[in-house]
Design a protein around this ligand. Structure first.
Ligand code: ADP
Ligand code: MG
Length: 249
């Protein structure tokens, strides 16, 4: 059984999709068997960030019972596997969310890591992907709205028995208005696993639909992703089920 990690936040636009895409590619560069799934069914964009788009068979068709999962797994950069969601909204109508669990279990039986890009918020469809992972990583921007929403997400995850692993701070600047990392850690009572700086190369790479870890591997954001990928891999030995990122630090 692979390691299933959901990347979530209360607030939208904190960088969940960016983190899943780049962490996944960076782990694939380390020769790991990684699959990424876009569980943001309504606002799908993970595939777009990885140069995919226009696929006829996506998670939508699988959750609608119209296609087999194997037909919705695509090759992304560096050999990372991706299960994108569809972009057209009409594909959402026949989606049955209760089928997601079967999809996640099947992926976890075949891959060492399954990274789930979760929707924002805490309504029913957003909670579903939170409850299906073993662990959750909160993705926050260093501001009070993002932090307070992430705290609610953490509480809900814990209620479902999902272990909060840590927090990734994105879009960090050197401005005084940013909430400092130690305050984020103490508010959420979680370790900060990585701090991804605000980096113009992130915008550029997104426009070109390439992950920043391959587009500009020496940029500050790419270096942070590579470091986090290495730590995660190191903390997940090949034949051990009990892995813990914090314990490697
Ligand atoms: P979410 O999936 O949480 O809604 P996204 O990953 O789509 O968030 O990111 C939201 C926006 O913020 C995107 O336009 C993305 O390019 C931008 N962004 C995220 N992190 C950074 C960063 N470190 N530097 C610059 N732009 C960023
Ligand atoms: Mg997203």
């Amino acid at each position: 059984m692979g390691r299933i990690i959901t990347f979530a936040s209360g607030k939208g636009g904190t960088g969940k999709t960016l983190v899943v895409a780049n962490l996944g590619v960076a782990m694939a560069q380390l020769k790991q068997k990684v699959v990424l799934i876009d569980a943001d069914i309504m606002m799908a964009n993970l595939g777009l960030l990885l140069g995919l788009g226009g696929q006829k068979t996506t998670l939508h068709e699988v959750l609608a019972g119209k296609a087999r999962l194997s037909k919705a797994i695509y090759n992304g950069p560096q050999g990372v596997k991706v299960v994108p969601s569809g972009i057209p909204l009409d594909g959402v109508q026949q989606v049955r969310f209760e089928r997601l669990k079967g999809v996640i279990d099947e992926l976890a039986s075949k891959y060492k890591f399954l990274l789930i890009d979760a929707p924002s918020g805490l309504d029913r469809d957003a909670i579903t992907p939170l409850t299906m992972a073993q662990e959750i990583v909160l993705v926050v921007t260093p501001d009070i709205a993002s932090l307070s929403n992430a705290l609610k997400t953490k509480i809900v995850a814990e209620r479902f028995g999902v272990k909060p692993m840590g927090v990734i701070v994105t879009r960090a600047t050197s401005k005084r208005l940013d909430i400092p990392g130690d305050e984020i850690a103490s508010t959420l009572e979680l370790p900060v696993l990585a701090t991804i700086p605000e980096d113009p190369e992130v915008r550029r790479s997104a426009a070109l639909r390439e992950p920043v870890v391959t587009y500009r591997s020496k940029s500050p954001a790419a270096r942070e992703f590579a470091k986090l990928a290495a730590a995660l891999v190191e903390a997940s030995p090949a034949d051990s089920e009990s892995s813990d990122l914090e314990s490697s630090q």
